[in-house]
Design a protein around this ligand. Sequence first.
Ligand SMILES: Cc1cc2nc3c(=O)[nH]c(=O)nc-3n(C[C@H](O)[C@H](O)[C@H](O)COP(=O)(O)OP(=O)(O)OC[C@H]3O[C@@H](n4cnc5c(N)ncnc54)[C@H](O)[C@@H]3O)c2cc1C
Length: 438
Amino acid sequence: MKWRNWSGAVRISPAEIAKPQTEVEVASILRAAAERGRRVRPVGAGHSFTPLVATDDMLLSLEKLSGLVSANPFTGDVTLLGGTRIRDIAGLLAPFGLALPNMGDIDAQTIAGAISTGTHGTGLGFTGYSGIVTGLRLALPDGSVRERSDNDETFQAARVGLGVMGVVTAVSLRCVPAFNLECVETTEPIEHVLDSYLERSRAADHLEFFWFPGTPRATVKQLRQFRDSDPVSPMTRADRLVNREFLGNVVFGAMDAAASRVGALARPIRGIGSRLMAGRTYSDASHRVFVAPRRVRFRETEYAMPLEIFGEVVREVERAIVASGEQVTFPMEVRTAAADDTWLGSASGRESVYVAVHRYHRERFAPLLAAVEPVFRAYVGRPHWGKEHTLTADRLAQLYPRFEDFCAARAAVDPDGVLLNEHTRALLRAGALGSVVD
Ligand SMILES: Cc1cc2nc3c(=O)[nH]c(=O)nc-3n(C[C@H](O)[C@H](O)[C@H](O)COP(=O)(O)OP(=O)(O)OC[C@H]3O[C@@H](n4cnc5c(N)ncnc54)[C@H](O)[C@@H]3O)c2cc1C
């Protein structure tokens, strides 16, 4: 049996892919696995770039455990089954007049997979998805299913749980009244963007920018929320097809493929790429504006740094890419997030700037990662758990004040390491039997 992640960099042959239809079935699969000494990795939509789900034993998919459990239009409290795809949430919440307060670039992920790696969007008034989680149902390797919320230690750990804190069968989230977004995209000199970004981030609801390394301009995307009766002006069908699909995916993909064969093309492609991203203004329901199709496959690393050092870190990452001589045809992406109180969230306890570096999937990622990681490290960067990085337990323990608590909470729910794989053992300093080794 073959399985690969979205980028194609993780390719595995699991012995089995289990697709339970009920929570009871999830729990009994886990208990049976524990009794037989088997290893299980929960999997969502396979959109993580890291080998978080890699296993040669059992993958456990909740694709049949998807949908709305409950929604309260007055409080915004919503409970979804763990396998629910984010792209289905807007439709599920529409009858209740509710929406997710913020979203990332895409909506293909499952809600359990997204919270498990600390998936986020942009905006200093907003946390990632894990920051709005108010409760979880977890199936554990002892065959029990427990509801977790508030001050419970297992809950705190499992809000960004890497798939090692139990199988998340349901997620409760604090949602908001449905809203529209106006998107204004502008292309501006990079120095102006760097000088003004922090101030503009404080004023805007959601602000991010894309910068092709070595080029003088960046594309800024600014989103404004509105809930009043102002009409929306969605992107026309023609605009969507020409700009998003044809230019943004087909042409961009063809150029990337060409540059992966002829390195000298990378430079002109960066210039063309930054022009292809040039400005548009449109508005629509929030879930249609937050996300955009990403059909050209790439690999990615992303780190969260303290917001105050924003300008230095962005400049240095760009310099490191240019100095490395690696011919990159994807833009860097810069976003922000509010501090949250999760244990392993990359914005835990600090307002953060996220800097992401991408590369076409057919090109070697390791040299680019080697060029930028020292910069992230120097600026106390915390890696996105779902995006490529080389950090292991010793460094992670320095970056997260609650790291040891997380390891202890994991060992308490899964002492035999049923839910561990090689990658998570290295991340969590978990010994061969799943114990925490000091
Ligand atoms: C094109 C693209 C765009 C992206 N854009 C963004 C973005 O804008 N912002 C951002 O922050 N990230 C982004 N990501 C990263 C992505 O959001 C995360 O890697 C996310 O975790 C993927 O969710 P998934 O459902 O595919 O989970 P998977 O990748 O399948 O799994 C992720 C983790 O969740 C665990 N898991 C899955 N289901 C369960 C469950 N039911 N119970 C317990 N654990 C579970 C797995 O074991 C694993 O540890 C992007 C990735 C891609 C490929």
